[in-house]
Design a protein around this ligand. Structure first.
Ligand code: ZN
Length: 188
């Protein structure tokens, strides 16, 4: 294995460790950077460092943010009577792209990490809590758990349903279907 170029192999491994990047893609990306276009590589390295250092979680909703509050929480024009609960901050990007929702968000990745007091504070003044989870048995269980924790809170619970296929992540749903699913949300 003497012919191996260690720095190149390291780069391949680093790409391969990323979600959705197979070995072949990792080699292609590493080759592009190490051999074909070093400038792209330097820019990528800077962007990665910058993102790792600056992107953090919004204190209020756990969305991605550069400040204590994310742009949505800080936006006075958002409708604070509607709170959309998502499983990932990435889903906020999809829903925002659909343009179908003017309310605010709350990210709950795992119920194990959920801080009920923090969630209750976020739900204060809210009329409708919308669960925008990809439909599956696991997320149905999550919804029941969260609803249970919010029992006694004067809110209506709804969830997106129609048009969203079971087991598919929101980021993989086309914007039209997501818009329809948000529009035709059902009461639970
Ligand atoms: Zn926020």
């Amino acid at each position: 294995m003497k012919h191996k170029v260690a720095a190149f192999e390291n780069l391949v491994e680093a790409f391969h460790a990323l979600p959705g990047i197979g070995k072949k893609s990792a080699v292609r990306l590493a080759y592009h950077i190490a051999v074909e276009n070093g400038f792209v590589g330097v820019k990528l390295a800077q962007a990665i460092e910058d993102a790792v250092e600056t992107v953090r979680k919004c204190l209020h909703c756990h969305n991605m943010s550069e400040d204590e509050l994310c742009g949505i929480c800080a936006d006075e024009s958002r409708d604070r009577s509607k709170l959309c609960i998502v499983q990932s901050a990435k889903d906020i990007l999809s829903i925002e792209e659909s343009g179908e929702f003017g309310g605010v968000y709350y990210v709950i990745s795992r119920v194990e990490d959920m801080d009920t007091r923090h969630l209750k504070a976020a739900v204060e003044g809210v009329d409708e809590v919308i669960f925008a989870f990809p439909p599956s048995i696991a997320t149905d269980t999550m919804i029941l758990y969260i609803e249970d924790k919010l029992e006694g809170t004067p809110v209506v619970f709804t969830k997106i349903a129609q048009g969203v296929p079971t087991g598919v992540e929101l980021e993989n749903i086309d914007i039209m279907s997501l818009s329809r699913a948000l529009e035709s949300r059902v009461r639970i």
